[in-house]
Write a protein that binds this ligand. Structure first.
Ligand SMILES: [Fe+2]
Ligand SMILES: [Fe+2]
Length: 357
């Protein structure tokens, strides 16, 4: 053994978590994660039905929608319409990857039904704005669907981190759009674009996106808690290579991206500050820089067995914070199950990972 190797091993030993890792088998961890997803899904659906059961046609005053918006605002609407047109692909492609998980796949179908309403809503804004003819909109739909959206990653762990960033990004887009059409934007190009119907459209969708973001956030915490090293690697990859879904297949997407960036709705600055940094903080990750450095160390450690991969994990994440959030989630699920009597039949219970930061 060279002096360098001995030094590396000594360093690894020093950083080894005090509680021995891997007290739970992979099978056991996967079982608990699945129970968590099922409980979260049940709880989520109840909340969704109670608080966000809106209809894209009957719950908006479409006759009051303005027909004289600026060209730029119409282009933004068209961009949102285009992105949300790929719901069938978003559902289909990911469903193939997560179909073995009841909790994740059933949630995904529910999620699809909520995203489908976003599509309908944007189609209505297109129709009622009169900026394009109905025929043009039909043709555009066909053009958009000539291409199929493909998954950026083909495994559930990367995809759930992708969803965290993507849902937060859509939420920020719609919230900032609501500000502009509510007359609170700073960009003079939109000075005459105030529209209270459109403001409500953007706000209602933003509330859905926030709920989606929160579901995925809870889901990623389960992975972070039971598989911290792998989860941090997935988060790192997603942050590094993230792009808006379908941006590469939508005709004219670059112009849309330029307009939303220039108007302060969503550009590289907003992406880092309002999306990545916010998501990282909510996950208990100690910042982008530590994550970048830590991942390099994880990847450079020889003999990538589970224990060694965990050696520098706890430098990157506040594991206590993750633990308390996961416990809180199981607490919510437990309360929900008590409400319906499920606690007497098949209670979902928190199981410690055995890992320690
Ligand atoms: Fe959406
Ligand atoms: Fe969403």
């Amino acid at each position: 053994m060279s002096i360098k190797d001995a030094k590396i091993i000594k360093e690894i030993e020093e950083q080894r978590p005090k509680t021995p890792a891997g007290l739970l088998s992979k099978q056991e961890k996967d079982r608990i994660i699945e129970r968590g997803f099922v409980g979260l899904y049940r709880w989520y659906v109840s909340r969704s039905q109670k608080t966000r059961n809106w209809n894209p046609n009957t719950d908006f005053k479409w006759r009051e929608f303005r027909t004289d918006h600026s060209e730029k605002l119409n282009y933004i609407i068209e961009g949102y319409f285009a992105i949300e047109q790929y719901v069938p692909d978003f559902v289909l492609q990911l469903l193939k990857v997560i179909r073995r998980s009841y909790g994740q796949s059933h949630f995904h179908i529910r999620w699809g039904s909520e995203e489908e309403k976003h599509s309908d809503l944007w189609e209505n804004t297109m129709l009622f704005s009169h900026y394009r003819t109905p025929k043009w909109i039909e043709d555009y739909k066909h053009t958009l669907r000539e291409h199929q959206w493909e998954l950026p990653w083909d495994n559930p762990m990367h995809m759930i981190f992708y969803k965290v960033i993507q849902e937060r990004a859509t939420q920020v887009n719609y919230l900032n759009t609501a500000l502009i059409v509510g007359g609170k934007g700073n960009d003079v190009d939109f000075i005459n674009d105030t529209d209270l119907v459109l403001k409500r459209v953007a706000q209602v969708i933003a509330i859905d996106e926030a709920a989606h973001y929160n579901f995925f956030l809870e889901g990623t915490r389960l992975y972070l808690y039971y598989y911290p090293a792998q989860a941090l690697e997935a988060l790192y990859d997603v942050i590094k290579f993230f792009t808006i879904p379908a941006g590469n297949i939508i005709p004219g997407y670059d112009r849309f991206a330029e307009i939303v960036a220039k108007s302060g709705i969503y550009g590289p600055r907003e992406h880092l500050r309002d999306i990545v940094d916010v998501a990282i903080k909510s996950l208990g990750v100690k910042g982008k820089n530590l994550l970048y450095k830590g991942i390099k160390r994880i990847r450079s450690v020889p003999n990538m067995d589970g224990t060694m991969r965990d050696t520098s994990t706890f430098d990157m994440v506040d594991y206590e914070n993750v633990t308390s959030k996961v416990k809180r989630l199981f607490g919510h699920i437990g309360d929900y199950e008590k409400d319906i009597g499920l606690d007497d039949v098949y209670p979902t219970q928190f199981v410690p990972s055995g890992l320690s930061g």
